[in-house]
Design a protein. Structure first.
Length: 27
C-alpha cells in the first residue's frame, strides 16, 4: 500500500477528492 501510495499518490488524492466532493454535494 505504501509503495502504491507513493506512485499513485496523485491519482489516489484525485479520486478521494472527487468522492469527497460528491459527499459534500449530496449533503
Amino acid at each position: 500500500m505504501a509503495r502504491k501510495k507513493r506512485d499513485g499518490n496523485l491519482q489516489l488524492t484525485t479520486r478521494e477528492a472527487e468522492q469527497l466532493a460528491d459527499s459534500l454535494s449530496q449533503v
